[in-house]
Design a protein. Sequence first.
Length: 264
Amino acid sequence: MEMFLKRSLLSTVLVNNFKFNNIVGRFNYSSCLKIDDFIDSYKVKELIRKLPSRDFKNNSKTKRKEAAVLVPICNINNELSILFTKRSNKVSSHKGEVSFPGGIYEEQDDNLVKTAIRETKEELGFPVGKNLFKIRVMGESKKKCISSSNILVTTVIGFLSNEGCNDNDLSELAVSDFQPNEGEIAEVFTLPITHLLDKNNQGYKTITINNDEEKKLSGASSSKFRLKTFNVHEESKLIWGLTAYILDEVLKDIIVPSLKEKSI
C-alpha cells in the first residue's frame, strides 16, 4: 500500500559500501553497512533503537488511523539492495506508483510490526503452505510520518531472504519466486543501494507547504519545498512521495549513519 507524506518531506543524502562516485564530502568508509551486518544484526538493531522519536498527536480529535510499511532489505548479486513494488492499475488510488509493502493496522495484528509483515506477505504473494521466504525484523523506526490522507505511518526495517538461508548465510533473494497479488501489485523489483545513492539517479520535485505544522517538520523557511526523488531509469517507476521520504531516511539513519549531515 502506498501513501504519500503530507507535504512535509526532508531531503538528505547517503552512501553505501560499494561505489562512492558522485558523492560530495569526505566520510568514513567503515561506517557503511554490509550484508554481513545483517547476519550479526546487533549493530543494525542498535542504530534503529537509537533513532530519535518523531511522533504526532493521535487522539479523538485527530482521529488518525495507523499503518505500517516494511522496507525490505535484501541481497541481490552480493549487493545490499532494497525491494520495491509497483502498484497495479486495478487499485483505487496511486495506480502504477512505486511503493513499499504495507497497509492499515487491523486488530488481528496486535502491533504495527505484524501489520507490516501481514501486508508484505499478502502483497508479495508468499505461497500458502510453503515457507519460501522469511522476514528477519530489525526493528521499527520511531520517526513516524503522516500520509496525505492523514494516516499515521510507522516504518519497519527487515531483511528479506529465502527460507532455506540460515541466519549465517544471507544468500541472494530469489525475487522471481514471488507470486504478487495481481489485484494490488503489478511488479516486484529490487535496486542496489549504489544505484539509489548515485546522484544521476536522484532528482527533486517542488511542492507547496500550506500548513504550519508541516512547515515546522520539514524545516522549510517558505511555502515552497524541494522533495527528493529517485529515478529507476523508467519514467513509470519514479520513486517519490512517502516512499522516497522513507527510503531517504532509512539510508541516512541506518545504512550510512555517519552521513546524516552530508548532501549531494
